[in-house]
Design a protein around this ligand. Structure first.
Ligand code: ZN
Length: 530
């Protein structure tokens, strides 16, 4: 038999090389675990010869079973480290790797790390120090995996966090960890497996939701088992430390995307030397809305412009409150969505409720940090108040809010200017339940139902027991009356930052030039008859 050298096969038949390596590895495992005699059939000698040659070509990946694979940076010739520029209040030392011919990766890491530092400072008035370190978790098969570890210290405590990004050397795309999963359903399935796996570690299962902000450090150990890790304080009290789950290779396999399978291949391959041959042409950012776990506050299956769909927007301010989860349960029961204008201090108190709200398709919107009258405080104070809440929600969910509601509905030209700069549209309301003043569930219920009409924005506060009690009835009744309860962004469509909106009442139908659309729309005809 003429032995084909794996070396010459490698460029054209990577999977064959891998298959051979797998057989060899399996052989190693079997010869180590099976009783002697199994291989005493004459083929053993040939096996050994082939094994040693394949071993030379393919090194085993290295690392601990409960950690992501570790690749020595020495295996990437020319790799350098760059520190981010920072001139804020906290003491910041954060660096990322610069790999020759991988500029899009460096640019992405620079932007991401800078955004993390800024959000840390904005969200923590007591921010003291931020340290960002990095490691390589894969460098093979056209993939580079970079795992960053951040250590944040504020006046309260020190937290360690991780995130892992995956770079495609061929086209310059940087993907977040949730891209390893085939889709939202697979991420949700992984979330269920992880809930079981971390049950005994001190983690709170109710803190786990299938969103990319939680699943931002996912990779593989050297055996190809899927490793998921969470930041300290993210799903368990901070003193529990790093919470992680290892999902068996076979169990995880069906959940992976094509890209995830390629990453697994790369992360289970040892690296002797890895170079990126050529820089890609364009800078691409893989973190698009299509990534599993990145949720939009709009549901494509609902069209409020459809005359048969009666949309109404329930909005809740000043929360989250202790009973907000009950409200979320009620909304889920009727497949209804709402908008939560959250305030910074309650967000700090109930971060897991904020995460759940996002994970269940509701809209999060900014209602300031400390509920000031924005029109009466200086523009610097108003801006930083809004920015802090923006950062708090971003850190919890990865979501950048694009709506805000000024406390007391108080706004002016200066507030318009600031919200325009921050990318926030101002949302007022068309129905005021005055639920903060009249703490009677029956009164709140009546006002909300009386005011409800197509396009209405109804104002309530989820920090009052009476409002929660009323809402459970309101949601059931609106559903019975044929309303579709939607987020404000769903109701209004695209909004303009800085502009003020009070409702989403549909524009009156055009009398001219609409013949064509009327002819083509059966629904329109039915509606006219009613
Ligand atoms: Zn308020």
């Amino acid at each position: 038999m003429k032995q084909q050298s794996p070396q010459t096969m490698a460029p054209d038949h990577p999977f064959l090389t891998v298959a051979i390596a797998m057989v060899v590895l399996l052989g190693l495992v079997l010869s180590a675990t099976r009783p002697p005699g199994v291989f005493e059939d004459g083929a053993g000698t040939e096996n050994t010869a082939e094994r040693s040659e394949a071993d030379e070509e393919r090194l085993p990946a290295t690392g601990e079973p409960d950690q992501l694979t570790v690749v020595s940076p020495d295996a990437l010739p020319g790799i350098e480290e760059t520190e981010i520029d920072h001139d804020g209040g906290a003491d910041v030392t954060a660096a990322y790797p610069n790999i020759p011919n991988a500029a899009p990766l460096s640019d992405f890491l620079d932007r991401t790390l800078t955004a993390q530092v800024n959000a840390f400072e904005a969200a923590n008035p007591g921010a003291r120090s931020f340290v960002g370190e990095w490691g390589i978790t894969a460098a093979a098969e056209g993939i580079v995996g970079v795992r960053t570890t951040t250590t944040e210290t504020d006046s309260e405590e020190t937290r360690e966090g991780h995130s892992t990004h995956w770079y495609e050397t061929g086209d310059g795309t940087v993907n977040g960890s949730s891209h390893l999963l085939a889709g939202q359903a697979e991420l949700a399935e992984l979330n269920d497996l992880v809930r079981e796996a971390v049950a005994d570690t001190g983690a709170d299962p109710s803190a786990l939701h299938p969103i990319s902000a939680l699943y931002d450090s996912v990779g593989f150990n050297p055996d190809g088992d899927l490793v998921v890790e969470f930041d300290s304080g993210q799903v368990a009290p901070t003193d529990v430390g790093r919470v992680h789950a290892v999902i068996d290779r076979d169990e995880a396999e069906a959940l992976l995307s094509e890209f995830g399978l390629r990453v697994r291949e790369a992360a289970t391959t040892g690296t002797r030397e890895f170079t990126v041959a050529e820089a890609p042409e364009a800078d691409k950012d893989g973190s698009g809305a299509a990534a599993p776990g990145v949720l939009a506050p709009r549901d494509d299956s609902v069209d409020c412009a459809d005359p048969d769909t009666k949309c109404v927007a329930l909005t809740y301010d000043d929360g989250p409150g202790g009973r907000t989860p009950e409200l979320l349960d009620a909304l889920a029961e009727y497949d209804a969505h709402a908008t939560f204008f959250v305030t910074g201090h309650p967000v700090m108190e109930h971060p897991w409720v904020v995460r759940r709200t996002y994970a269940e398709g509701h809209e999060l919107a900014n209602h300031t940090l400390s509920h000031p009258n924005l029109a009466e405080i200086g523009s610097g104070a108003a801006r930083s108040d809004l920015e802090t809440t923006q950062a708090l929600v971003f850190r919890e969910t990865g979501y950048t809010m694009d709506l805000m509601r000024p406390p007391y509905g108080s706004t002016n030209g200066q507030v318009a200017e600031i919200t325009a700069e921050l990318g926030l549209a101002q949302i007022l309301w068309s129905v005021d339940t005055n639920d903060w003043r009249d703490r009677k569930a029956n009164v709140v219920r009546k006002r909300a139902l009386k005011g409800a009409s197509e396009g209405a924005i109804i104002l309530m506060h989820d920090i009052h027991d009476t409002t929660i009690d009323a809402s459970i009835d309101i949601i059931r009744e609106l559903d019975a009356r044929g309303y579709t309860m939607v987020t404000v962004s769903q109701l209004l469509g695209t909004t303009v930052p800085g502009e003020t909106y009070v409702d989403g009442v549909p524009e009156p139908p055009e009398t001219e030039g609409s013949e064509e659309s009327e002819e083509n729309s059966e629904e329109g005809a039915v509606n006219d008859a009613g």
